[in-house]
Design a protein around this ligand. Structure first.
Ligand SMILES: [Fe+2]
Ligand SMILES: [Fe+2]
Length: 228
């Protein structure tokens, strides 16, 4: 990964996004490509609500988020060595954590004209999340979780409840924070049930959102006390 952190923000137009979609297609299975396009669509929908000026960038991040997903573990480890990505022993028991790291590195190497720091961040953190994740990263993460081709009960329910809350006129920020916490709860519960290791970044992400929710609630209470 690059060490400088001041990449110019990309303003991709529809043609560029179409070219990117075609370029990633051969790297994905047919099923994964359909999922990728659905994540792109969901990220755009979320972007219209939360980051309207970054919708195209969210779509690019979604298009690139799984580009190394079909690589076998051996290739993932080879890419980690190649890009100097640190790995831990526990990672080997949950190999799906590798693809987010390798996809960000490969996206930067192979699609330099389509990425910026935010786009790479969305790719890098789409599986585990992290403490202090940005709204951009949260939207890519959530789009991956609730996109419309997901049929798993938890995904369907999370999607339905999230949009129902927005439809009820709930505060969008609070709805996003609560939904992120619930998604981490569901992921962590599933991993515990399976006896699988839990990525430290996911635990840190959940804790960070819980602290944030508490701070937001406290702020709202104070505001309510000031303005009866
Ligand atoms: Fe993924
Ligand atoms: Fe995905």
């Amino acid at each position: 990964m690059r060490l400088d952190k001041c990449m110019t923000k990309r303003n991709l137009d529809e043609d560029a996004l179409n070219r990117l979609a075609e370029a990633v297609r051969p790297r994905l299975t047919e099923k994964r490509y359909a999922h990728t396009r659905a994540v792109e669509k969901e990220a755009a929908r979320l972007g219209e609500i939360y980051l309207p000026e970054r919708v195209a960038a969210l779509r690019a991040s979604a298009l690139l988020h799984d580009i190394t997903k079909k690589e076998p573990l051996e290739k993932q480890l080879q890419l980690c060595r190649e890009f100097g990505i640190m790995t831990e022993e526990a990672d080997l028991l949950s190999p799906s954590v590798f693809h987010a790291r390798t996809a960000a590195a490969v996206a930067e190497r192979d699609f330099p004209d389509y990425v910026d720091d935010e786009i790479l961040g969305g790719i890098r953190w789409h599986t585990t999340g992290r403490a202090g994740m940005t709204v951009f990263e949260s939207l890519v993460y959530l789009a991956d979780y609730i996109e419309e081709t997901r049929t798993f009960d938890d995904c369907v329910r999370l999607r339905r409840d999230f949009y129902a809350r927005l439809g009820d006129g709930s505060d969008p920020g609070a709805a996003l924070t609560d939904t992120m916490i619930e998604s981490f709860d569901l992921t962590l519960e599933g991993l515990m049930r399976d006896g699988a290791p839990i990525a430290a970044d996911s635990v840190a992400a959940r804790n960070w959102f819980i602290v944030r929710r508490h701070d937001e609630e406290t702020k709202r209470e104070h505001k309510g006390a000031e303005c009866p």
